[in-house]
Design a protein around this ligand. Structure first.
Ligand SMILES: Cc1cc2nc3c(=O)[nH]c(=O)nc-3n(C[C@H](O)[C@H](O)[C@H](O)COP(=O)(O)OP(=O)(O)OC[C@H]3O[C@@H](n4cnc5c(N)ncnc54)[C@H](O)[C@@H]3O)c2cc1C
Length: 411
């Protein structure tokens, strides 16, 4: 179970899955986690092989499409358990779950049949490529384009910080197909100037440009360059103009909780390591853990972790119940990152000068939690959305759209 957290809504199936994920992570990922960290920034392929056999890429994919057909609570439990042992493996897994979301939610019958069973079986790894080098979180400002040409589209432009860029076999790429217009709104259900396409990694003109980051070693967040890439019209995901909705839905409904779960795993490992440190480091005839100040810091770390878990699992539960819950999803991501960052500062106090020593697990974990800040929206972006939930403009919710589409598929 997540740290001391009572989750009355967890079913026996959730509990079994969580145990399975914990056992799997301990037996299969602990070794690769150490190796990935020691190697520095790179793209790890061994973990891809290890995770491919789990079926967890298809955790949220409908059983009719070859997936496990599980819920967001199950996904959060698995990602937290994996990330507790290997934050990079958690990041790799979450990025592929995120990459499958556009196809599962908006893909044509043909795209779904062709890709989802392959993804669920771990034979095809997807990414989602939205982030523009200049416009970042202002998705509607993106500059990469697609223009129609004899039954195909020709894509040009660059996407940065793409999770699994160098690992994926297919990329769900959002590009501009029209000038920004009156139909562009940051709201579900409105067509606009952006469109989503499935781009095969081996298509001529697709290049992955290495752009290493310092953290989550083994996880690729490289640049995807598209130079006159020809894509069949059948590879369009959804309708022309659906790109903004697809990007937002993926980020709000899938990304917020994915990253919250990875943050929870990192946070939990940080608390495990720090507790071990203070109970074994000698001081004044006893151990650091005997000192009231140290106990207070550990209590605060536990408080941060429990608060973040409550925020994440509450949001997951609401999402699974089909409730309007966008603010809870923003809050889950915001709280998971901020609480983890606050615990990172406390761990720094408790490790003293050793907090920055290369090879100390805490040094790695403090870098890894920092990297959770930006994906699926920075803290400021989540605060912007939370302010809107109070002060307006009040927007229709992406979670509602997600629930409606799920109900339609189930019917
Ligand atoms: C580990 C990792 C994984 C990632 N995975 C993916 C992925 O799989 N696919 C993908 O497409 N992208 C991915 N990203 C990119 C991520 O989504 C972006 O970094 C994020 O959206 C923010 O964009 P930006 O970095 O360009 O920051 P910017 O948009 O430049 O924002 C920087 C800061 O400017 C301020 N700001 C910006 N806009 C506003 C505003 N409207 N109101 C108030 N303040 C504002 C805020 O302080 C904000 O934090 C990943 C990033 C990382 C680090």
């Amino acid at each position: 179970m997540p740290t001391g957290l009572c989750l009355p809504f967890l079913t026996d199936a959730h509990l079994r899955l969580h145990q399975e994920a914990q056992d799997f992570a301990a037996s299969r990922l602990a070794g690769p986690a150490r190796r990935m960290e020691a190697r520095g920034p790179h793209t790890d392929r061994d973990v891809r092989e290890i995770l491919s056999g789990t079926g967890w890429l298809g955790l949220l994919i409908d059983t009719a499409d070859g997936g496990l057909g599980l819920d967001h609570t199950a996904k959060t439990l698995v990602l937290q358990a994996v990330s507790r042992v290997s934050p990079a493996a958690g990041a790799i897994l979450q990025a592929s779950i995120l990459g499958a979301a556009p196809i599962a939610e908006y893909g044509s019958v043909e795209l779904r049949r062709r890709l989802l069973p392959e993804i669920a079986a771990g034979r095809c790894w997807p990414s989602i490529a939205v982030t523009d080098p200049e416009h970042g979180s202002h998705v509607l400002g993106m500059q990469a384009t697609a223009r129609p040409s004899r039954g195909q589209y020709i894509l040009d432009g660059e996407k940065v910080l793409v999770g699994n860029a160098a690992l994926a076999d297919v990329h769900c790429v959002i590009v501009r197909t029209d000038q920004p217009g009156h139909r562009d709104r940051d709201e579900p259900g409105r067509g606009g100037s952006l469109t989503a396409f499935l781009v095969e990694q081996d298509a001529p003109g697709v290049t992955v440009v290495p752009a290493p980051v310092n953290g989550l070693h083994g996880f690729s967040v490289d640049t995807l360059r598209l130079t006159r890439v020809r894509v069949p019209a059948a590879n369009m995901i959804g309708e022309p103009g659906d790109g903004h909705a697809i990007a937002q839905m993926a980020s709000v409904v899938y990304g917020r909780l994915n990253l919250a779960a990875v943050a929870l795993g990192i946070h939990q490992q940080m608390l495990d390591e720090t507790a071990r440190r203070v109970t074994t480091r000698r001081r004044l005839g006893g151990h650091l853990a005997d000192l009231p100040t140290v106990r207070h810091h550990i209590a605060l770390m536990q408080h941060h972790l429990m608060t973040a878990e409550l925020a994440a699992y509450h949001a997951a539960r609401l999402l699974d119940a089909g409730t309007d819950c966008d603010p809870w999803l923003h809050n889950a991501k915001l709280t998971a990152h901020r609480a983890g960052a606050a615990s990172s500062e406390l761990a720094k106090q408790l490790y003293g000068g050793h907090a920055a020593r290369l090879g100390e697990p805490i040094e790695q974990l403090r870098r890894d939690i920092d990297l959770i800040h930006a994906p699926a929206g920075t803290d400021d972006l989540q605060l912007l959305r939370l302010a809107e939930s109070v002060l307006g403009p009040h927007r229709p919710q992406w979670s509602t759209q997600h629930a409606a589409r799920r109900a339609l598929r189930a019917a």
